[in-house]
Design a protein around this ligand. Structure first.
Ligand code: NAD
Length: 482
């Protein structure tokens, strides 16, 4: 069994820990590697080498730093299929979903190739007679990112290319449940000619996360994960004087108006609820059918969920893979039991493993509840599995009220053929990522990614222009020459 190592000062080194976690292929249940739960000392070593590398990397011209991103992009393309297969192997999602996520990650690298332009400052001559004022952007120092399990390739790439191209040094802590993809990506990055220490990788869990938050030599932290941990990381990191952006959990509402094109809507909504086995922070979670569309929307969603083929994500024709772990499967099953106990109507029961030839896989079938309201646990909490709820509402105003009342505000969508309804919904939605006839409203690399309320802690979001604000300090130089 392979035991993974950390990447420190340009070399793969063993952790000092005595604790390891098994990494599984969720489709087979088989153990495929062991991830070290690294210690604070392991992190210290990575930070020391990143700190040492910083002055040289900061002083490397931006065009030269960008060139390493061009090389990185080429290597990601050349190894595209292997990366996607690694994502599927350790996460379980379908190969198409993995490919899509790797593509999204590469797009971040492509944007970061434009860093010499995107990092520019601005200035004004003669702000007072004979005095000029210029803003220059400078990198911060050592930055770190902490990733969740659901997008092993894409989420770290929301941060790494921007941090590194702007001249920071960078440490990534992958999710201990899916460490293999990042190992592969960092191996590729190491072939791009980066000086040792510019990028480091430290495997682990809570101990490493807390050490990142507290470390005096780390200047900025990007976190993606569940709301409770996001809140804790934000508090702890900002308390220690760092810049922190912490993207948290979600409960995403999808409104279906009576004038929606139901054929297209149901196809898209099915993918939003059950694609990636519901393990997307942008996944639809609660359907809000407005008025008379309720019965037809429910029946069609039921039929299309039933038609989904569940299986090993590496096989062609599979529409939904397993959930990440047996523990998570138990957690999702617990939510289904609670839904039944609290009076929701179970119209599709996915509790039995629907994949006969993979008895040890962490499978669930698509599950659908009707008659859910926000007082019920399944209407309130993030399930992060293939369990969809329907909360019928009378009017668009009622739908807006339900969505606005929820503490999470990551993404939401409306399906309608009315521009007026769409405009009203987008304007009043509390969520920061809004889809109009789009099931998964994922901003691309040029735009900011992140939610609001309990789905986001911080000011500057992931990628887009925000990345340049987050990873640089704006220095103002006011000069007069005698
Ligand atoms: P998680 O919060 O359990 O773990 C995220 C990271 O935090 C991991 O690297 C983990 O090692 C670490 N961690 C876990 N518990 C910790 C603790 N108590 N203290 C310190 N660190 C800890 O999240 P997950 O289960 O890996 O990912 C799923 C969650 O991530 C969902 O809630 C999902 O909505 C969210 N997510 C959000 C976005 C977004 O853009 N807002 C994107 C992807 C995932």
């Amino acid at each position: 069994m392979e035991t993974l190592t950390n990447f420190v000062a340009g070399r793969w080194v063993g952790s000092r820990t005595t604790e390891f976690l098994d990494v599984h292929n969720p489709a087979t249940g088989e153990v495929i590697a062991r991830a070290p739960l690294s210690t604070g000392e392991d992190l210290d070593a990575a930070v020391a080498s990143a700190k040492k590398a910083f002055p040289g990397w900061r002083d490397t011209p931006p065009v030269v730093r960008a060139r390493t991103m061009f090389r990185f992009r080429e290597l990601l393309e050349e190894n595209f299929e292997e990366i996607a297969r690694t994502v599927t192997r350790e996460h379980g999602k379908t190969l198409d979903e993995s490919r899509g996520s790797v593509r999204r990650g590469i797009e971040c690298v492509e944007v970061a190739c434009g860093t010499p332009s995107l990092m520019m400052g601005y200035g004004l001559e003669n702000i007072a007679t004979g005095i000029d004022c210029n803003v220059i952007r400078q990198p911060l120092g050592v930055c770190a990112a902490i990733a969740p399990f659901n997008f092993p390739a894409m989420v770290p790439l929301w941060f790494l290319p921007f941090a590194v191209a702007t001249g920071n040094t960078f440490i990534v802590k992958p999710s201990e449940q899916v460490p293999l993809t990042q190992r592969l990506i960092v191996e590729l990055l190491a072939r791009c000619g980066l000086p040792p220490g510019v990028v480091g990788l430290v495997n682990g869990g809570r101990t490493v996360v807390e050490a990142i938050c507290d470390h005096p030599d780390i200047r900025a932290v990007s976190f993606v994960g569940s709301t409770e941990v996001a809140r804790a990381v934000y508090r702890r990191g900002t308390h220690a004087g760092k810049r922190v952006q912490a993207l948290g959990g979600a409960k995403n509402f999808i409104v279906v108006m009576p004038d929606a094109d139901l054929d297209r809507t149901i196809e898209i909504v099915t993918e939003s609820f059950f694609g990636c086995a519901g393990e997307r922070c942008l996944a639809g979670s609660v359907l809000l059918p407005v008025g008379p569309v309720h019965a037809e929307a429910r029946d069609r969603l039921l039929a299309s969920a039933r038609a989904l083929r569940v299986g090993d994500g590496s096989e062609a024709g599979v529409g939904m893979g397993p959930v990440i772990s047996s523990g998570h499967r138990e957690r999702v099953l617990g939510y289904i039991e609670k839904g039944i106990a609290e009076g929701a109507k179970l119209v599709l029961d996915g509790r039995a493993n629907p994949v006969a030839d993979r008895p040890k896989g962490f499978f669930l079938g698509p599950t659908l509840f009707d008659g859910v309201d926000s007082s019920m646990t399944i209407g309130r909490e993030e399930i992060f599995g293939p369990v969809a709820s329907i909360t019928p509402v009378r009017t668009l105003e009622d739908a807006i009220a339900v969505m606005r009342a929820h503490p999470n505000a990551n993404a939401t969508s409306i399906f309608t053929s009315s521009g007026k309804a769409a405009r009203e919904y987008a304007r009043l939605a509390t969520a920061s990522m809004v889809g109009v006839n789009i099931g998964v409203a994922a901003p691309m690399a040029q735009f900011p990614f992140g939610g609001a309320k309990d789905s986001f802690f911080g000011d500057l979001k992931a990628h887009g222009r925000d990345a340049y604000e987050f990873y640089t300090d704006k220095k103002v130089v006011i000069s007069r020459w005698f």
